[in-house]
Every structure is written in C-alpha cells, then in structure tokens.
Design a protein around this ligand. Structure first.
Ligand code: SAM
Length: 376
C-alpha cells in the first residue's frame, strides 16, 4: 500500500518535468539543418505546455519569423486537473488582464496564440502572444484540444510521461508530424515498437549519455527520498533514458555506422568480450548472433544479430532493418524456442520468450536485445 502510494506520487511528479531551452533549440536546429523549411508556413501546436513558463512556447515565439512559422498555438492543463497537487498561484501575466477569472484560472486550461503583430512594432515575437481560457481543462484527449490538433501541421512538446502511450496513439491517429520527448523504455511498448520497426517514427538522442536535466516547479531535487545522490544538480532533475521521438526527417538517421568486418572485430575489437574469440556467440533459442556493443556489429554478417537497444540512437534504415525486440510486449511475437526447465535451476532469471546463450555451461540472459539484419 505504502509502495503503491509512493509509485503513484512518483508517476504524478514525473508528469511535471519541464524541458530546458537549449535542449529544445538543439533538436529543432537538427530538423532545420536537414530541411531549412521544415517549419515554414506551418501551424505549430504545443499541447501539454505551461505557456507562461514553457521553453517550447518561448523557443517557437522567439524564432517565429526566423523559422517562417504561420501560426503558433500552445495550450496548458488546468491546475486542478493535474495529478500532482501543488499550491497554485496565477502569474502576474494572467492576473493583470481584465478578463482574469480566479475560478477559471484553477479549473480551465489556457490557449496562447501567436500569428500577427499586435504590439505594432512591425515584428511578430513573444510580446504578440495573446491568450484566453479554454472551454475545458486542456486535456489533450478532449474534443477541444483534438480539434486544435486537426488545425496543426507540427506538434512539439514534452507530454506527461504517464500518458505517453495514449499521447503517441493520439498523434498517430492524426497523421500529423511531431517531435516530442519520451523515455527509451517506451520503445518496447507494443503500441510503439511496430512504429519504430516500420520506420513510421524514430528516436533521436542529442542528450549527453542519454540523460536529460529537467526543471520542475516542485523543486523535486530537494525530495531526497525520491532521488539517488547522483540524480540531482542544484535546480535540476536528472532523468536517464530520455529521447526525442519524431516522424520528421533528420540527417543523423541517414548516416551509416562505420563498422568493421567480423574477422576485423575478432582481431582488433576494443572489447575484450569480442577480441580473440573464435566466433561471435549464437543464441540457443533463436537463429541470431549476440553482439553486445553497437560498435562491434560486424558489417559483413548476413544473418540476424541481437544488439543493445541503444543501437536505435545510431539506426540508419538504409544500412540495417529491424526484425524485432526480445523484450516486453513485443518480444513475445518473435517465437523464441522454450528453454529446457533444468536451466532455470542454474539461472533463475531466465524467462520464456527471452533470448539466452550458453557460456561455459552457464545459460546467460543478455539484457534487452534489438534484432537487426543487414540491408541487401
Ligand atoms: C512533462 S510536463 C512538460 C511541460 C512542457 N511541455 C515542457 O516541456 O516544459 C507535461 C505537462 O503536461 C501536463 N498534463 C498532464 N496530464 C495532461 C493531460 N491529460 N492533458 C494535457 N496536459 C497534461 C502536466 O501537468 C505538465 O504540465
């Protein structure tokens, strides 16, 4: 019971991580590098935002003219609908308006729009943002927000982590382009892995060692029961495994990995697990070889290879195709052969439906493997 409470408190807190400006800027610049007109004449929609302090709103409003954006829409979620309850104080930006409504401020979401110069300085920028209360609370699943989705061309946000599956499904149903933040764990979800496998969406990792530093109005970093000592940096929350998920083209995904042949790897690999072996290890219950490091993928192997999930950061669809993932919901579809029950006595962590190989008589279960094959 206590654990349940703690984990739902964590889930609620996880939904309130705010993205830093340089992280947004870096990713949007990568999209613009590939296609300088990616945002030109487009309606950009930022749902699940808190436009008064969101860096998504700030970035797109500040760069509105530079990027040639036609319209920017940003919406927020009502404070009283948020899972994590915190003392609420409307901003001066809101209270200074004649139409400020103390009740609506708590129970309604807000919509911010930027599409023309209203200050009369012949520029369209952050000072031209206008806002009003939404009819509802700003839940992305509501009719009101789904209507805005229909009007938009590109959606950019960091959605609540706890609703990531639903959020992606909502976006995919719209057929729109998007660039959103999520966690690498999501790639194994049965709703998400097929999209990655079929090149409908891809992940991008501009974060140092794949961890993002978010800010939070909750000052979570002071809640030491929730963080490990290495997880906080004054004012920031470190979240590992963070990635951008997008269906917008990026140059990085068309750069093939520079790799060695199998013979070269066995001779020269920097990894002791590979160097000097007679051959790469073969799984016992699936026709594929074990490749424990992305940079040890042999470029001349024609069969299926099990590689770390983090290979997705380097995935180039012209170089390799994705066959499956031996983990979570998606792993079950691979049809791995069952292992003899006596092996479980030697290694109790073995699970049916997951890969294993034998090393010196011991059945080893490798960590989450993605199965790939060289493109002809
Ligand atoms: C991870 S935060 C990111 C905020 C902002 N996009 C950013 O990156 O700085 C997600 C936001 O979505 C809000 N939210 C939670 N559930 C929501 C829902 N069902 N519909 C819309 N927004 C929601 C949270 O309250 C939070 O403000």
């Amino acid at each position: 019971m206590a654990n349940d409470k703690l984990s739902s408190a964590k889930t609620a807190k996880n939904d309130e991580f705010y993205t830093q400006y340089p992280d947004i800027q870096k990713e949007m610049n990568a999209l613009v590098d590939y296609n300088p007109n990616v945002f030109r004449d487009k309606c950009i929609f930022l749902p699940c935002d808190d436009p008064e302090w969101s860096n998504f709103t700030k970035f797109f409003a500040q760069n509105f003219q530079l990027l040639g954006i036609r319209k920017l829409i940003s919406t927020s979620y009502a404070p009283e609908s948020k899972k994590y309850k915190m003392p609420y104080q409307p901003t001066l930006f809101e209270t200074s308006k004649p139409y400020f409504d103390a009740d609506k401020s708590k129970t309604h979401g807000k919509i911010f729009i930027l599409d023309r110069d209203i200050t009369g300085d012949n520029r369209i920028d952050i000072n031209d943002l206008r806002w009003e209360y939404l009819e509802g609370d700003g839940d992305f699943r509501s009719k009101e927000i789904t209507q805005l989705l229909k009007e938009a061309d590109i959606i950019a946000t960091n959605p609540p982590f706890s609703l990531f599956r639903e959020f992606i499904a909502w976006l995919m149903a719209s057929g729109k382009q998007f660039v959103i933040i999520g966690n690498m764990n999501a790639v194994t979800y049965k709703e998400i892995f097929p999209l990655i496998k079929n090149n409908k969406i891809w992940v991008d990792n501009p974060f140092v060692r794949g961890a993002a530093y978010f800010t939070s109005p909750l000052e979570l970093n002071k809640d030491l029961s929730y963080f490990n000592s290495h997880d906080y940096r004054e004012g920031f929350i470190r979240v590992p495994g963070v990635r951008w998920f997008t269906n917008i083209e990026l140059g990085r995904r068309h750069e093939p990995l520079q790799l060695m042949t199998m013979a070269e790897n066995i001779k020269h690999s920097k990894h002791k697990e590979i160097r000097g072996r007679k051959e790469y290890i073969h799984y016992e219950n699936y026709d594929a070889i074990e490749v424990p490091f992305t940079d040890a993928i042999p470029k001349d192997y024609k069969g299926i290879m099990g590689v770390p999930k983090s290979y997705l950061d380097k995935y180039c669809p012209e170089q390799f195709e994705i066959i499956g993932i031996a983990e979570g919901d998606s792993g079950k579809e691979l049809g791995l052969k069952p292992f003899p029950p006596e092996l479980k006595k030697i290694n109790p962590s073995l699970r049916q439906g997951q890969l294993y190989y034998m090393e010196d008589g011991y059945p080893v279960k490798p960590y989450a493997r993605l199965l790939i094959r060289k493109k002809e």
